[in-house]
Design a protein around this ligand. Structure first.
Ligand SMILES: [Zn+2]
Length: 73
């Protein structure tokens, strides 16, 4: 069984007060393909996207702002 990483809303731990309760949107890492054109030859290359958290709200415990939480993640 493999752990499936799915995009979706998650509740994460606050990096400031370590309390659970910060709302964030999780974006799973994925691999994509791109095409580059150079000197008449089209070549494909793979691109890697790292996982990301988009913080949706402030911390309800210590009132840290979502912008500050995002910087700390
Ligand atoms: Zn906090």
């Amino acid at each position: 069984m493999t752990l499936e990483l799915k995009n979706g809303e998650r509740t994460i731990y606050c990096p400031f007060c370590s309390k659970y309760g910060v709302k964030a949107f999780y974006r799973a890492p994925f691999k994509g393909f791109g095409k580059s054109r150079g000197s008449g030859v089209t070549s494909t290359f793979s691109t890697k996207h790292n996982e990301e958290y988009h913080v949706l709200g402030d911390c309800p415990s210590c009132k840290a702002k979502k912008e500050e939480i995002k910087k700390k993640l």
